[in-house]
Design a protein around this ligand. Structure first.
Ligand code: PEP
Length: 252
């Protein structure tokens, strides 16, 4: 059985002090049945790692660079993240793809190095509204997966996580229906079976992201191929994220 995950992406919100306060509150909740991952900004990682040490909360970075050191002003490397106690890294988030124009090839290089350094990628894919409306859902996901994960030894990448995040549902209040999510997740799992083998496809966790709230978490995670949620806005508030963690269905 795949253990489900509730992951919070804080984007460019919260100070180190606010990070500590949030983590003090969240770690005092009863231990959940799902894994919990929080992705603060780089500046708050140190506070997050020290405050969550020895608890059920794991810490992710929201991005990383594709080299471990060098003259790359403003970038942070996988090796630095690992040395700071970070366990996961979100890669290919739609804001990285569409606001910062990261290509599948950029994301591929980052993913490769992150895995080599022992970070667990949360690899995001998802279509834009126009692409969905013109019947390109599958071809967009296929391209993001095939180019983004090209050359990566996935069967060796234990605990790899994919996040299906339809761009039109991120920060808009529009959520994919549980049926829409299940359809995309089943396609992604089938695609992983074709490219990385049946064992990997059964093992890989596929999260749904896009306007997840306490009220829609149970229905989404009840679907057999939805292995948890990646939450933006609703992860910023302890009460709402706590309710989301509690609402994640253990079994699909
Ligand atoms: C996200 O940032 O990954 C996200 C899904 O955001 P939101 O939950 O706010 O739509």
């Amino acid at each position: 059985m795949r253990k489900k995950i509730a992951a919070g992406n804080w984007k460019m919100f919260k100070t180190p002090q606010e990070t500590r306060e949030f983590l003090r509150a969240i770690k005092s909740l009863p231990p959940p049945s799902c894994e919990v991952v929080i992705a603060p900004t780089y500046l708050c990682l140190d506070a997050a790692v020290s405050e969550s040490a020895g608890t059920f909360v794991q810490i992710a970075a929201q991005n990383c660079y594709s080299q471990n050191q060098g003259a790359f002003t403003g970038e942070i490397s996988p090796a630095q993240l690992r040395a700071s106690g970070v366990t996961h890294v979100i890669l290919g988030h739609s804001e990285r793809r569409h606001v910062f124009k990261e290509s599948d090839q950029d994301i591929n290089k980052k993913c490769n190095l992150a895995l080599k350094e022992g970070l667990l990628p949360i690899f995001c894919v998802g279509e834009q509204l126009a692409e969905r409306k013109t019947g390109q859902l599958r071809s967009v996901l296929e391209k993001q997966i095939l180019y983004g994960l090209e050359g990566i030894d996935l069967p060796a990448a234990d605990k790899f996580v994919i996040a299906y995040e339809p761009v039109w549902a991120i920060g808009t209040g529009e959520t994919a229906t549980p049926e829409d999510a299940q359809e995309a997740h089943a396609f992604l799992r089938e695609l992983m079976g074709r490219t990385a083998g049946a064992d990997f496809a059964q093992k890989v966790r596929i999260l749904y992201g896009g306007s997840v709230k306490p009220g829609n978490t149970a229905a989404l995670t009840a679907k057999p191929d939805v292995d948890g949620v990646l939450v933006g806005g609703a992860s910023l508030d302890v009460d709402s994220f706590g309710q989301i963690i509690a609402a994640v269905r253990i079994q699909g």
